[in-house]
Design a protein around this ligand. Structure first.
Ligand code: CAA
Length: 384
């Protein structure tokens, strides 16, 4: 068993770290305050090829394996969780399902743009169907060579800026539940597609989250992803990959909070010495480190299983569940170490705490991850 990164992975990680420190770190606070990551920041990552991490080089991407992709997401999240989720969603639940389930014609048509400049969004949730994704009500009715889509989607990350949307809609009747869903590739600017205003969120404020309204939106049948009825399987499979990405995002945020807490504990004096000499603080730091390292191992294992082509649904859920809960815990403790200073916006830990909270919610709430893990172990047995 080898826990070391390869030389290539170290080089990629260090290059991203340097880029993020130089280009993004000075602006992360302002993005949070203004509620917007500028397109120029995405363009910097696009120039490095990071919009194409999950896209094979045949279609213009970097073709990274999952372990390498998580390293990049983690590094971006150490500086800006908002930018990290934009890139993670685009790569994992946006471009990758087209790699996995697209026809050759769809791959050739859509992937080069996604790998180089265009953002992609994932539209599964609806006002009345979040955790229960199989209950979604948006309809797609076949009409000649088109489908006509009607409905409303919400919590769409990248919704405002995306060039392409993966939209899940019902082609079967309501009773067909998960068996009656299909996936569609919808282009920005399509007639009948209306974008709502970005949500005013607690955290990851720089990433845009919008409602999509679909009204008599015509999508050519050639833009259906997979077969009719494959939609739920495609969405779940995309989310398996996405959940490893969210875990990496959580790891980046908690690592940043931890590093700042350690530094502060060494510099700040109380009771005649640095905070770091006080056992109550040492125990906090030790526990933070334990959760960070445990998260890292769960992510590496889930990503490795994916890379070697083995089932990884359970492990992706475990990584996402553990990472997101660890991130809210670690960022909470980081504020505690900073005391009152941690509660004001002059210090990054305040932002990290707000940013971390959503990770227990999006791409499947913690309760859903526990459900996925339990169902998997009861069906396939306990891992040894
Ligand atoms: N891969 C492939 N197939 C899968 C699968 C997976 N990971 N998980 C389930 N399936 C298949 C099952 O095998 C089953 O197939 P059969 O009927 O042929 O056996 C079928 O899908 C239905 O599965 P379930 O019976 O388990 O379905 P369910 O209705 O009980 O729901 C659930 C399961 C796990 C709760 C699922 O609904 C779920 O994950 N919900 C959460 C959705 C979610 O994460 N939403 C986030 C949206 S994105 C977002 O947050 C915003 C953003 O912009 C990123």
């Amino acid at each position: 068993m080898n826990f070391d990164l390869t030389d290539d992975q170290i080089q990629i990680r260090d290059a991203v770290r340097e880029k993020c420190a130089a280009e993004f770190a000075p602006h992360a606070l302002e993005w949070d305050r203004d509620g917007e990551v500028p397109r120029t920041a995405v363009a910097v990552l696009a120039d490095q090829g990071f919009l194409g991490m999950t896209v094979p080089d045949t279609y213009g991407g970097l073709g990274y394996d999952s372990r390498t992709t998580t390293l990049v997401i983690e590094e971006i999240a150490r500086v800006s969780a908002a930018l990290a989720i934009m890139v993670a969603v685009h790569n994992s639940v946006g471009a990758y399902p087209i790699v996995q389930f697209g026809t050759e014609e769809q791959r050739k048509r859509f992937l080069p743009g996604l790998a180089s400049k265009d953002l992609c969004a994932f539209s599964l949730s609806e006002p009345d169907a979040g955790s229960d994704a199989g209950a979604l009500a948006t309809t797609a009715v076949r009409d000649g060579d088109d489908y006509v889509l009607n409905g409303s989607k919400n919590w769409v990350t990248n919704g405002q800026h995306a060039s392409l949307y993966l939209v899940f809609a019902r082609t079967g009747d309501r009773a067909s539940r998960t068996k009656g869903l299909s996936a569609f590739i919808v282009q920005r600017g399509a007639k009948g597609l209306t974008l709502g205003e970005p949500e005013d969120k607690m955290g990851i404020r720089g990433s845009d989250t919008v409602v999509l309204s679909l009204q008599d939106l015509r999508v050519p049948a050639s833009q259906r992803l997979g077969e009719e009825g494959d939609g739920f399987r495609i969405a779940m499979s995309a989310l398996d990959t996405g959940r490893i990405g969210v875990a990496a995002q959580a790891l980046g945020v908690m690592t940043a909070a931890f590093e700042q807490a350690v530094r502060y504990a060494q510099q700040r004096h109380a009771f005649g010495g640095p905070l770091a000499k006080i056992q109550a603080i040492q125990f906090k730091l030790a526990e933070m480190e334990r959760r960070i390292q445990s998260t890292r191992l769960l992510i590496r294992r889930a990503a490795w299983l994916k890379d070697v082509g083995r089932p990884f649904t359970r492990e992706a859920s475990m990584a996402k569940l553990y990472a997101s809960e660890a991130a809210t815990w670690v960022t909470h403790q980081a504020i505690q170490v900073f005391g009152g200073y941690g509660y004001v916006k002059d210090y990054d830990v305040e932002r990290y705490y707000r940013d971390a909270r959503v990770m227990e919610i999006y791409e499947g709430a913690s309760e859903i991850q526990r459900l996925v893990i339990a169902r998997s172990l009861l069906k396939d047995g306990v891992a040894v």
